[in-house]
Design a binder for this molecule. Structure first.
Ligand SMILES: Nc1nc2c(ncn2[C@@H]2O[C@H](COP(=O)(O)OP(=O)(O)OP(=O)(O)O)[C@@H](O)[C@H]2O)c(=O)[nH]1
Length: 266
């Protein structure tokens, strides 16, 4: 499988753009791969995403960002829009069976097509979070195939290892995915291979289920939502114009979300 920056240059500059939570009109549903990265606190969720997208390890990351990143990639010769959702951490409840999981995470799980479940090999409690987390994903998607990979991150910290490789492999098999040990800190290739594998799984799974015509309920809901967003934007613009004409512009701070993309150059 071939996967490149749309610009063609693997190390060239590209935009790393947090985008609104739901895709707008320029994302074609059948050509979008949506991935969510889930796991306990400080296992390296953000570090893995940033490593995959920029090839860089920064070291310090804003905690619990919940940012959504988007970029164009080429999968098997076809250009697709890849969206990766970072999430706040989940935590085991005191009885160790249930999960503390913010509503925002539930929405991301519902939204996504593929799942990166991350634990740190240096933190056995993060490993124990994975099974309940997977069950949680299953509850939200009770039927069908769930493309998933399990990533044991921080493999550079071998002396602090608390989770043996075979435990990782056993857990991956139990959730129906492949196990990758990776180091966001030291190894871009391992991280890249893991994300690439999941992208391919999502594409394969989408092809397997894509037997319906284009006008499914999902497509209808998608376009209806996009239309709704566009109407809201125009309505807001009309209010702004009206305020300008009547001299009320600037009296109140706007509460409309900032939709300007931020830029991060690799
Ligand atoms: N040694 C080592 N440190 C890592 C690795 N990946 C991440 N870290 C460090 O682990 C800490 C947490 O990384 P984050 O990417 O913020 O982890 P997170 O899971 O997004 O954290 P939360 O958002 O708080 O849940 C940071 O200090 C990173 O520098 C890795 O592969 N090896």
């Amino acid at each position: 499988m071939n996967m490149n920056n749309s610009s063609g240059g693997g190390s060239g500059n590209f935009l790393l753009v947090p985008i609104p939570e739901y895709p707008l009109l320029d994302c074609v549903p059948n050509k979008t791969v949506k991935i969510v990265v889930l796991g306990a606190s400080s296992v390296g969720k953000t570090a893995l995403i940033v490593r995959f997208l920029t090839k860089r390890f920064i070291g310090d990351y804003e905690a619990n960002t919940g940012a959504l990143y988007s970029r164009k990639v080429t999968l098997d010769g076809e250009e697709v829009s890849l969206q990766i959702q970072d999430t706040p951490c989940v935590a085991l409840q005191d009885d160790a069976d249930g999960l503390y999981c913010q509503e925002q995470i539930n929405r991301s799980i519902y939204w996504a097509d593929g799942y990166v479940l991350v634990f740190s090999i240096t933190d056995h409690s993060s490993y124990r979070t994975i099974q309940p987390l997977y069950q949680h994903v299953r509850r939200i998607h009770p039927s069908g195939n769930i493309p998933v990979i399990l990533v044991g991150n921080k493999s550079d910290l071998l002396r602090a290892r608390q989770v043996p490789v075979d435990e990782g492999e056993t857990l991956a098999a139990s959730v129906g995915g492949v196990y990758f040990e990776a180091s966001a800190r030291e190894n871009h290739e391992g991280v890249h291979a893991a994300f690439l594998h999941l992208c391919q799984e999502v594409r394969t799974s989408a092809c397997a289920f894509d037997t319906t015509p284009q006008t499914t309920d999902l497509s209808f809901n998608y376009y209806f939502y996009s239309l709704h967003v566009m109407v809201c934007l125009w309505f807001y613009r009309l209010i702004e114009l009206w305020e300008e004409l009547t001299g009320r512009n600037g009296e109140e701070a706007s509460t409309w979300p900032d939709l300007n993309p931020q830029t991060c150059r690799s």
